[in-house]
Design a protein around this ligand. Structure first.
Ligand SMILES: *[C@@H]1O[C@H](CO)[C@@H](O)[C@H](O)[C@H]1NC(C)=O
Ligand SMILES: *[C@@H]1O[C@H](CO)[C@@H](O)[C@H](O)[C@H]1NC(C)=O
Ligand SMILES: *[C@@H]1O[C@H](CO)[C@@H](O)[C@H](O)[C@H]1NC(C)=O
Ligand SMILES: *[C@@H]1O[C@H](CO)[C@@H](O)[C@H](O)[C@H]1NC(C)=O
Length: 262
């Protein structure tokens, strides 16, 4: 009689404690403010190229070339005043430093200017647009004429072929219409200046592909999810946690009962 009483009471305690846990434990997400702030009046955003290139990178060498050739004004004007926008490929300082042969040091001023103009397209392209752009045989750059680039998009990895250099987009510094700035591994060297007598590229060492941007799910993780046979250990461990929880509740309930009786 007494034993069944204890059992009944502890069961009731257990039930009420788990009911309490159920109603209280899931932290409800903070409710969205029902009245959204009024959208600010659409002001034409001024994207300060100098500032962007100063804080990212380091892109000091490219920025210096932009300033000394006054190409900066051309690019900033395109960013400020056109619907088309602009896409700029920016090599890091280390890419300029590692440029030995051919180097930019022997070029005349107007050739340097062409090389810098060669690093931009007179249109805004998001990273997703390069899939489409890779269907195009050759894409004109700001340098005009024969100064074209070829793009390939291999599942999100964008490669750029200038003739003399094949490089890839390694990160997006800024990609909001109308201004896209992408970091590239190498200085883009145009055939129109350096000629078509390009030294044969040595067989490329099988370098491990750098994973695409972290926001795109990799194939690997998809694989491990679909083909992994290890789902049952997971389930049993979560079952264990659940049963510990029940035992914990029982112990607590019994303890509470003892306290009540005393
Ligand atoms: C752009 O940024 C640079 C570097 O921060 C600054 O010196 C310059 O005044 C800015 N230009 C404008 C128009 O705000
Ligand atoms: C771009 O816009 C900014 C802000 O309106 C202005 O200060 C700057 O002179 C403009 N630059 C060019 C090249 O149009
Ligand atoms: C893809 O490129 C072609 C030109 O090659 C262009 O006409 C078309 O509008 C582009 N499509 C998109 C979705 O950007
Ligand atoms: C770009 O592709 C076109 C067409 O396939 C080709 O004729 C041209 O030589 C390529 N240019 C470069 C720089 O690889």
């Amino acid at each position: 009689m007494k034993v069944s009483m204890i059992f009944l009471v502890s069961t009731l305690l257990l039930l009420s404690s788990s009911a309490f846990a159920k109603t209280v434990s899931p932290p409800s997400p903070p409710a969205e403010s029902p009245t959204p702030a009024p959208a600010p009046a659409p002001t034409p955003d001024f994207v300060n190229l100098t500032e962007l290139l100063t804080v990212a990178g380091p892109f000091h060498t490219f920025l210096q070339y932009l300033q000394s050739t006054k190409v900066l004004d051309t690019f900033q004007n395109q960013a400020n005043n056109t619907e088309e926008g602009i896409t700029i490929f920016v090599p890091k300082d280390s890419s300029f430093a590692s440029l030995k042969k051919p180097s930019l040091s022997k070029l005349k001023d107007d050739e340097i200017k062409q090389v810098i103009l060669f690093h931009a397209l007179p249109h805004f392209y998001s990273l997703a647009d390069f899939k489409n752009l890779s269907q195009t045989a050759s894409t004109p750059t700001f340098a005009g004429g024969d100064y074209t680039l070829n793009f390939t998009d291999n599942s999100g990895t964008v490669k750029i072929n200038s003739g003399w250099s094949i490089t890839k987009v390694t990160s997006a510094v800024h990609a909001t219409d109308p201004v896209a700035i992408y970091q590239v591994d190498k200085v883009l060297l145009p055939e129109a200046i350096f000629g078509t007598d390009i030294p044969p590229v040595l067989a490329p060492a099988p370098t491990p592909e750098i994973a695409p941007a972290a926001d795109s799910p990799t194939e690997q993780s998809a694989d491990s999810k679909s083909s992994s046979p290890s789902s049952s250990p997971d389930r049993s461990s979560s079952y264990k946690i659940v049963s510990y929880g029940i035992w914990g509740n029982l112990v607590l309930a019994t303890f509470g009962l003892v306290v009540v009786i005393l």
